[in-house]
Design a binder for this molecule. Structure first.
Ligand code: MN
Length: 191
């Protein structure tokens, strides 16, 4: 059963003006689709031929890992947004963010800094550790914290293809926009 590009839970123009329809058309429609296609071309005849995507993320290497993790990461990223939805953490995640970072505002500042300062292409993550505490981590390229036994809660894609059409070189402006479209109802359920 080949991997498929998951449907977006909103229309391509629903995140405007923060992320344009043009960016969604390229980032989701072209880049995310290409990772799915590449993965489907790479796995036949390997031990990962019928593996679940999460197993590929945790255990594969090379091209299968790069494309499999990019499929997982992009699905997780796109499913973190909504045109409405609560714009602040709720429930147990809200409590954990306050106890780890002091406040939601302080968390936003630290996460933004982590995303803006990540050199080159990669992903900034908020992760849950085995003791329930939270941490912000940077992963280069297709990196995914599942490989380190951490549970992903939130991610920001800082590959240039995520923001260049809307913000060109201004990654900080993309980060500023990012906070306006997060669906903390969906994100808080991951904790
Ligand atoms: Mn991307």
């Amino acid at each position: 059963m080949p991997f498929e590009l998951p449907k977006l839970p909103y229309a391509a123009d629903a995140l405007q003006p923060f992320i344009s329809k043009q960016t969604i058309d390229f980032h989701y429609g072209k880049h995310h689709q290409a990772y799915v296609n590449n993965l489907n071309n790479l796995v036949p005849g390997t031990p990962f031929e019928n593996a679940a995507l999460e197993k590929i993320v945790r255990e594969s290497d090379g091209g299968i890992f790069n494309n499999g993790a990019q499929v997982w990461n992009h699905t997780f990223y796109f499913e973190s947004f909504s045109p409405s939805g609560p714009r602040e953490p709720i429930g147990e995640l809200a409590v954990a963010i306050e106890s780890t970072f002091g406040s939601f505002a302080a968390f936003k500042e630290q996460f933004t800094k982590s995303a803006v300062t990540l050199f080159g292409s990669g992903w900034a993550w908020l992760v849950k550790k085995s003791d329930g505490s939270l941490e912000i981590v940077q992963e280069p390229n297709a990196g995914n914290p599942l490989r380190k036994g951490l549970i992903p809660i939130l991610t920001c894609d800082v590959w240039e293809h995520a923001y260049y059409l809307d913000y060109q070189n201004k990654r900080p402006d993309y980060l500023q926009a990012f906070w306006n479209i997060l669906d903390w109802g969906a994100i808080s359920k991951r904790y």
